[in-house]
Write a protein that binds this ligand. Structure first.
Ligand code: NI
Ligand code: MN
Length: 229
């Protein structure tokens, strides 16, 4: 069974049945709730960035440089990785587009949020933010990235086994809107993310789970915990 491991904030490691490892939004250094540091990740095959903010780019470029992992993100972030960070192994996508990679299909989904890229002093790599729909081993994971509640989420209805949704409020959806997102997407399982990293996004995930009720299974992962599906 594929396995998702939470490392705090919006960082997840997704492992396929054959051990292929995808690292999503690896904010580890400077993340007060991360359970690992960037050096603890030995095998990484893909690094995915939902958008360019520092708490999502995190250690990702350095990890890609060290492990040889393929960077997958929007065209602008991939261009930044190639032109500024010297990363050759990279694949550009854009919102609404997907590609069949060796591990499975990765499609970028819309998100409503900011588009600046951390470390890009020129602003020339500013992009639109996104999320990911990742299908591997016959299962589909939706990582929403940082986003407001958007009605586009209705289009994912019936496609998602596990949805990783922000609940922190302030910069993204809060719990009330995340409950509405669950109603639109109808995933089997929801994993809340992007909360309790900082005081400004403090939330009670158990209260969120109670609000979701029986409409989906809510899996609350502490940093370091995994969920197989
Ligand atoms: Ni952000
Ligand atoms: Mn964020």
């Amino acid at each position: 069974m594929p396995r998702l491991t939470f490392h705090g904030h919006s960082c997840f490691v997704l492992e396929s049945n054959d051990g292929t490892t995808l690292l999503i939004d690896p904010f580890l250094t400077g993340n007060p709730i991360a359970d690992i540091g960037p050096g603890d990740l030995t095998r990484v095959d893909y690094v995915l960035f939902s958008h360019g903010h520092e708490d999502h780019i995190g250690d990702g470029f350095e990890i890609a440089q060290r492990t040889g992992a393929m960077v997958v993100s929007t065209f602008e972030i991939v261009s930044f990785a190639q032109q500024v960070k010297g990363i050759e192994n990279a694949h550009p996508l854009h919102i609404g587009g997907g590609h069949d990679f060796a591990v499975g299909r990765i499609k970028m989904t819309p998100a409503l949020h900011g588009g600046a890229v951390a470390g890009d002093d020129t602003g020339q790599f500013t992009t639109v933010p996104g999320g990911f729909l990742i299908t591997l081993d016959g299962k589909t994971v939706y990582h929403a990235g940082d986003t407001a509640l958007i009605t586009d989420m209705q289009l994912l209805k019936g496609q998602v086994d596990v949805a990783c949704l922000p609940i922190g409020d302030n910069f993204t959806m809060g719990p009330d809107d995340a409950v509405k997102a669950v109603a639109m997407i109808e995933p089997r399982t929801v994993i809340p993310m992007h909360y309790n990293t900082f005081d400004i996004i403090a939330q009670d995930p158990r209260a969120f789970a109670r609000s979701v009720g029986a409409s989906a299974r809510v899996e609350i992962l502490e940093p370091g915990q995994s969920y197989e599906f």
